[in-house]
Design a protein around this ligand. Sequence first.
Ligand SMILES: Nc1ncnc2c1ncn2[C@@H]1O[C@H](COP(=O)(O)OP(=O)(O)O)[C@@H](O)[C@H]1O
Ligand SMILES: [Mg+2]
Length: 245
Amino acid sequence: MGISIVITSGKGGTGKTSVLCGVASCLAAMNYRVLCLDMDIGLRNLDMVLGMTDRVLMDFSDVIYQRCSLLDAVVEHPQIKNLYLLTAPVSARASHIDRIDVMTLLGQIKREFDFCLIDSPAGIDAGFELACAGADRAIVVSTTEPSSLRDAQQAVNQLRSRRIPIHLVVNKMSKKLLRKLHTTIDDAMDTAGLPLLGIIPQDDKIPVYNGLGQPVILKERRGAAVAYYNIARRLLGQRVPLHRF
Ligand SMILES: Nc1ncnc2c1ncn2[C@@H]1O[C@H](COP(=O)(O)OP(=O)(O)O)[C@@H](O)[C@H]1O
Ligand SMILES: [Mg+2]
């Protein structure tokens, strides 16, 4: 039985989708069967960042409403074996989708895949609730900006009632902030009230690779790519020291 992990944040633009793609590609490269599930209904873009837009025909609502089977709806990544995508409907409304249906879908997914990484929309309303519905654990992605940390805290407050493990990933960490790493990270952990799963540096190559739809781990062995790999290893229970930049 696989495990489902929601990647969420509260605030938009913190890097949820990028972190999901990076970590999912690393897990797949380590031979785990990984499904990336886009739950950012209406504003989906996981297919673009993964470079799979032209392959996507069906979405998760087609599986929920039994218009096709799970394995017919998922699409495999053209370059990374074991990496699959199930996209979100563009025209549906989160408030119209039943969370029980999502939980049933995740049950099905976990029988077929080792990991299901769920991309959550920004905010903490219906879309967020749906994305978290069937998650076994959660990763909250925040930058060190106060507004991002405050929104992360809001997301954590909502997640607490679910009694699932929640971890913090600090993204877009600047070199300047890294010099005072301990205070910054301690502050971030205190504000969000969470244990830390990883720190990802500000890496100007990420927007470039995202725009090209190229998973960064295929091309880079430094910067954010290393941080994604370390997070994947920690998810597998390996002890990896916090990356030194
Ligand atoms: N580590 C990083 N360094 C620099 N830019 C990043 C990093 N992570 C994400 N980005 C950029 O930040 C923007 C928002 O990222 P995205 O993953 O779409 O966030 P979200 O899914 O939370 O809205 C994108 O332009 C992306 O390329
Ligand atoms: Mg996103």
